[in-house]
Design a protein. Sequence first.
Length: 94
Amino acid sequence: MSLDRRSLLLTAAAGLVAARTATAAPKAGGAPGDAALNRYFDQVCDRFLENSPETATNLGLDTGRRAGLKARLSDASMTHVLEDRAWCRQGLTR
């Protein structure tokens, strides 16, 4: 298995989703903006898993609402790569 930046990020994001799912809900009264930041990170992790269903399956996260990922493969087309780059640029801006 070769390890490139994308694979590393996808695996790390999926691990964060798994860790977040396994922990209790955040305590009320956190710092301002924590809830919004947590929602953003959840969206990022969900996007990574949607774009890399093999990673979701490998990590056992293809259950429940993500069960449909079991029947999918990653899109490796140049169109998807360009869309992914644009999405990353937008994320850095956010």
